[in-house]
Design a protein around this ligand. Structure first.
Ligand code: THU
Length: 159
């Protein structure tokens, strides 16, 4: 049996190394954590999307006493954007999260379900989505969800 190497490269930088537009989007994700409804986990996640025409859409995690009925910040933002702007591709997504002590030191990373939904958006609009993951120690800059979701399942996988 041979081994297939699926190694990836992602960026890591400080906020002031990013463009003004990226910094603004990260600050929007940070601000969006204020709209989190997370009385169960006390983990407030914010997401901010940039659409192709410059429109910004925010989302925050929304929890429920019946746990599976809640939704992550990323999918809240994506589904909100899709519901109102189905004609506009998503170009960048920024995510930030805070716990009881403040914003996470390590960058917050999207869960598996959110990765799959971001992949669907790349597949729908046929273009990659840049992903900016905020942590107080630094920011991960990822050029496509495919970098953190290897071996993707998309519509074509069913052919
Ligand atoms: N959460 C997100 O909103 N995004 C992520 O990427 C990871 C987890 C939420 C779901 C739940 O409300 C809380 O964080 C704890 O898992």
């Amino acid at each position: 049996m041979k081994t297939i190497d699926l190694s990836i490269k992602i960026g890591f930088c400080q906020l002031d190394e990013l463009s003004e537009q990226d910094q603004k989007l990260i600050n929007s994700a940070i601000a969006a954590t204020a709209n989190s409804y997370s009385p169960y986990s006390h983990f407030a996640v914010g997401a901010a999307l940039l659409l192709a025409d410059g429109t910004e859409v925010r989302g925050a995690n929304q929890e429920n006493a019946a746990f599976p009925s809640g939704l992550c910040a990323e999918r809240s933002a994506i589904f909100a954007a899709q519901s109102v702007h189905p004609d506009k591709a998503i170009t960048t997504i920024a995510i930030a999260a805070k716990n009881g002590y403040g914003f996470t030191q390590d960058p917050i990373v999207p869960c598996g379900s959110c990765r799959q939904v971001i992949l669907e958006m790349e597949d729908r609009y046929k273009q990659p989505i840049r992903i900016l993951l905020y942590g107080t120690d630094g920011i991960y800059v990822i050029n496509s969800i495919k970098d953190i979701l290897p071996l993707q399942f998309v519509a074509n996988s069913m052919k």
